[in-house]
Design a protein around this ligand. Structure first.
Ligand SMILES: *Cc1c(COP(=O)(O)O)cnc(C)c1O
Length: 364
């Protein structure tokens, strides 16, 4: 069986170091926002090239805290992509604001900057691009639109730890950047975890207050906040893995490039323009014969998956609000996309085996 992801190999590679870090965190008994959390926030900020990083309980919370810290609320509209995990839109809705979906670029599957301005209204407050599958969104164009219309830019970097758009790391370009450490993400912990990056000390302070019950001084509450903190044990694990993130992402890129070399003539393989760094959270191709390919892979004990089969404007939860909304590129991509197994340690022969099976289904 070739799985979509293999977390065990990486754990076994790092077992001695991770086990020691976890045991030390337990021994310290500073379980919530302990010394590893503080150290991890500093190390992550340094890696990402941002002045401030605030850890929290999940990627979904990172987005929610960012939207609230940005002052977005009822009556506000936030422009985002329909081709993402539901959490991007959930965070907007949690704050009482309305997500407005703009169609995607068929090459990158990211929000298409050329279509954004037509969706801006007097109620628009922010744009949340998602660096989907680890592919950086067109941040130069999106940032220019934000500056022209005085909108906040919040990046959903849940799938893009270590990716770069141009020379800048994703998460360092907008006012706020939101990361997830869900175990299968490029940088994953062994439970739930998240992080918000931001450019100003005011936003960092607001995020720290919001994640801890609206409290700056213990038992003094200035706003209604949340319980959204990173565990010290998770931070200890993340510190071990952060040191290797470039190596992990290089491994993903090796796998992806081998796939693309073997499959470029039979399917639409992921786009890279050489301007940024795609970190391949997923390896996702387009084919008109998805069912056939997935059935063939399954016969050969090879996993595959569809991320995402239904764009957000077509989800039941948004169907009424989005009645009459047509986003043809996202709809077409959702009908033809499929993702192949990828993880940093995936051996070349397994990659070749998967690619041969895909080819066999499409050519044979
Ligand atoms: C995983 C993910 C999230 C949510 O992260 P969690 O840590 O699972 O809450 C948000 N946005 C995108 C694009 C994701 O892939």
């Amino acid at each position: 069986m070739i799985p979509m992801v293999d977390l065990k190999t990486q754990y076994h590679d790092l077992k001695a170091e991770i086990d020691a870090a976890v045991l030390e965190a337990i021994e310290s008994t500073q379980f919530i926002l302990g010394p590893n959390v503080q150290a991890f926030e500093k190390e992550a900020a340094a890696y990402l090239g941002v002045p401030h990083a605030v850890a929290c309980a999940s990627g979904t919370d990172a987005l929610h805290l960012a939207v609230v810290a940005a002052g977005i609320g009822p009556g506000d509209e936030v422009i985002t992509t329909p081709f993402t995990f539901i959490a991007t839109a959930e965070a907007i809705c949690y704050a009482g604001a309305t997500p407005v979906f703009v169609d995607i670029d068929p090459r990158t599957f990211n929000i298409d900057p050329a279509l954004i301005e037509a969706a801006i209204t007097p109620a628009t407050r922010a744009i949340i691009p998602v660096h989907i599958f680890g592919q950086p969104a067109d941040m130069a164009a999106i940032k220019a639109i934000c500056e022209r219309h005085n909108l906040l830019l919040i990046e959903d970097c849940a799938q893009s730890f270590g990716a770069a758009a141009g020379d800048a790391m994703t998460g360092s370009i907008g006012s706020l950047g939101c990361f997830s450490f869900f175990p299968s993400k490029n940088l994953g912990c062994y439970g739930d975890g998240g992080l918000v990056t931001c450019a100003t000390p005011e936003l960092a302070d607001e995020l720290r207050v919001l994640r801890n019950h609206g409290s700056r001084v213990r038992y003094h509450h200035s706003v209604i906040g949340f319980n959204s903190r990173l565990d010290d044990i998770q931070a200890a694990i993340l510190r071990v893995k952060l040191k290797r993130i470039d190596q992990f992402n290089t491994g993903r890129r090796r796998v992806a490039h081998l796939y693309s070399d073997m499959l470029k003539d039979v399917a639409t393989v992921p786009f890279e323009d050489g301007k940024g760094i795609h970190v391949y959270h997923q390896y996702t191709l387009l084919t008109d014969r998805r069912e056939q390919v997935m059935a063939r892979l399954s016969e050969k004990q090879i996993a595959s998956a569809v991320y995402y089969p239904i764009p957000l404007h077509k989800q039941d939860v948004f169907a009424a609000a989005c009645a009459g909304v047509s986003l043809p590129v996202a709809e077409d991509v959702a009908n033809r996309c499929m993702s192949l197994p990828i993880y940093p340690e995936m051996p070349d022969d397994a990659v070749r085996q998967v690619a041969e099976a895909v080819k066999g289904a499409l050519v044979g």
